[in-house]
Design a protein around this ligand. Structure first.
Ligand SMILES: [Zn+2]
Length: 277
């Protein structure tokens, strides 16, 4: 901490070398206030998700989630080469998506669901934004063999929306940005703070955590059963993901989703758990 041996001007404008006690006290106090404020804000965002029953931290309202999703959708669509021109494909995607929403708990949520087929033929992916905008790339769409498999993909993505994983990630980001700002102030060295913030940003730029992915699978299985789809189709999707990932698969920690093999075991357990209900 360079602060303790730095040149400073005292109250009479005389340059001195050493510890400026007033400044250190003020800096630390400010850092503590910043850290405490961030932490308090995080704690006060605690809520129980009424659809999953899980306690979580979400600092934004469902209305904010919806507008965030709607505002980000055009950029997401553009990143993947726009919407796919195939109208039949586009209609099928909307039909399956809406069947999953209309016959399940998703219809009880305040979210505005919409389903989009993206023109991207290269990147095998599906994702959702907070508030209900759901996307699938043509690359993944073309790999799927049945409507049930498409329902499995969307069930998982609707799961992210219902479980508010986007809002959760934003709230975690707020906490860590707050704490890293406090660290910057405390260290009084912009480089230290930037490194901390950079590391945290790298970490949180990763899409969703492992637990969130598994929770989305779990919800997906429930939605499929309620909308009269065969939940085994989700296992078929995992097999497709496994086959298309190839031998150079990223280790689980670094990839968007946990290893398909790992997910299959949990999906089988979820099917057993929910099919009798
Ligand atoms: Zn996911």
């Amino acid at each position: 901490m360079a602060i303790f041996r730095r040149e400073y001007e005292d109250e009479n404008g005389v340059k001195r070398l050493g510890v400026n006690n007033n400044r250190v006290g003020g800096t630390l106090l400010l850092a503590i206030i910043l850290a405490a404020f961030s932490y308090f804000k995080y704690c006060s965002s605690k809520t129980v998700n009424e659809y999953t029953g899980r306690e979580q931290h979400v600092s934004i309202s469902p209305e904010q989630e919806i507008s965030l999703g709607l505002n980000s959708a055009p950029a997401m669509i553009q990143q993947h080469g726009g919407l796919h021109p195939d109208q039949r494909g586009q209609e099928l995607v909307k039909k399956i998506g809406q069947r999953l929403v209309n016959n399940t708990i998703a219809s009880k949520t305040p979210y505005q669901y919409d389903f989009h087929l993206l023109a991207d033929e290269e990147v095998i992916n599906a994702f959702s934004l907070p508030g209900g905008q759901v996307f699938i790339t043509a690359a993944l769409f073309n790999q799927l063999k049945t409507e049930g498999q498409l329902a499995a993909v969307f069930g998982h993505e609707i799961g992210h929306v219902i479980a508010r994983h986007g809002g959760e990630r934003i709230t975690q980001n707020e906490l860590f940005n707050g704490l890293s700002n406090a660290a910057t102030v405390a260290a009084d060295d912009p480089n230290v703070g930037q490194n901390v913030a950079g590391l945290l940003n790298q970490f949180f730029a990763m899409p969703y955590g492992r637990e969130q992915e598994l929770e989305a699978d779990d919800i997906g299985v429930q939605l499929m059963l309620h909308a009269s789809y065969n939940p085994e189709e989700m296992i078929a999707v995992m097999e497709i993901l496994k086959a298309t990932a190839g031998p150079n698969r990223l280790p689980e920690r670094m990839s968007t989703h946990p290893d398909p093999e790992n997910r299959i075991e949990k999906i089988k357990a979820a099917i057993e758990k929910y099919k009798t209900k």
